[in-house]
Design a protein around this ligand. Structure first.
Ligand code: NAP
Length: 312
């Protein structure tokens, strides 16, 4: 059982999710935390990862290291998305097994579920149909990670859990124009309008696609919660269970931050992605976890942190 003195390794601690897990662990009083930069340990290098785990002997591992990107980046760099993710997660999961780690959390993504899944999406819809084409390479890598964890659990009685988060946002997000997810991209666009760098809001696609979003502090809360929790099922959706159209988010952000209505234009040369993707979070709720940060607070928190970083 994890306790405040347990040795815990957070892989990907500089990223959006990894940094939130580290913040959460520190805030909760966990003292024996290990993390290492990509410069010092490239997780695609098998032998280096095995040696690092053998030498440091963590008892618990959060895998938040991955090659992550938005819709265009996923569509145009499939070779890197599939190979780097397979390498990183395989090295960490197999390396964890070799190093005697019994408890691990692997982060996947809601894109592992079939494109035409019934909504809200339940965990057992995995592998029931074809994937969305724009990110199928990334999703296949994540599905392999889930199967790897399940296989080690079945064969060796380990406790490797796979959390499937919905679109996540917050501090340390990626705001790159072509490589980010829709939500941080929207925050950046609203910031640019507020600071007179732009006078119109251009949304990719037709803006009608519906998406669920989760503040990263809620995801970190779920990661720590499920590392502690004994569960029969090891594949668990993490989200809010609520989705809205991208236009809705755009209008809400302009109301909260710009405090006015703005004209919205659409760049229809850009893809829409799947029409609707919302997770069924009944299993997580059954185990006693639910999100705590409401959407307005989450938007304000993220916008303020983006603005603060821009002013630095
Ligand atoms: N963001 C979302 O909306 C979202 C939604 C669902 C699930 N997730 C999942 O959550 C996990 C983390 O995502 P994120 O959004 O936090 O991504 P992120 O911000 O891009 O962070 C990824 C981290 O992985 C590290 N990394 C990448 N390649 C590495 C390598 N070869 N060696 C060592 N470290 C490496 C990066 O290091 P550097 O900082 O040095 O590059 C970074 O710290 C992923 O598994 C993702 O699928 C994210």
């Amino acid at each position: 059982m994890i306790n405040l003195k347990s040795k815990i390794y957070v892989a990907g601690h500089n990223g959006l999710v990894g940094s939130a897990i580290l913040r959460k662990l520190k805030a909760n009083g966990y003292k024996n935390l290990i993390y290492i930069s990509k410069k010092k340990l490239d997780l695609t290098k098998q032998l280096n990862v095995y040696n690092f785990l053998k030498k440091n002997k963590p008892k618990f591992i959060f895998i938040a290291a991955a090659k992550v990107g938005g819709i265009l980046s996923n569509r145009d760099n499939k070779a890197e998305f599939i190979s780097q993710n397979l390498l990183i997660q395989t090295n960490l999961i197999y390396g964890a097994y070799l190093a005697g780690v019994k408890d691990l959390i692997f982060l996947g993504s809601s894109c592992v579920y079939p494109k035409k899944s019934k909504q809200p999406i339940k965990e057992n819809y995995l592998l029931e149909g074809k994937l969305e084409e724009t990110n199928d390479a990334y999703a296949i890598a994540k599905i392999a990670g889930i199967k790897m964890c399940q296989s080690f659990n079945e064969q060796y009685g380990l406790n490797y859990k796979c959390l499937m988060p919905t679109n996540t946002f917050g501090p340390n997000d990626n705001y790159d124009e072509n490589n980010s997810h829709f939500f941080p991209a929207l925050i950046k666009k609203i910031y640019d309008i507020k600071n007179n760098k732009s006078n119109k809001l251009i949304l990719w696609g037709n803006g009608k696609a519906k998406r669920e979003v989760l503040h990263v502090d809620d995801l970190a809360d779920a990661c720590v919660f499920f590392m502690k929790k004994k569960t029969k099922y090891k594949l668990i959706n993490i989200g809010t269970g609520k989705d809205y159209s991208i236009i809705y988010y755009a209008k809400l952000m302009s109301k909260i931050i710009l405090k006015k209505k703005i004209s919205i234009k659409f760049d229809r040369t850009k893809p829409n992605g799947v029409f609707r993707k919302v997770l069924n979070i009944s299993l997580a709720k059954k185990y006693g976890w639910k999100p705590k940060i409401n959407l307005t607070d989450a938007i304000l928190k993220s916008y303020n942190s983006y603005e603060k970083n821009k002013k630095k």
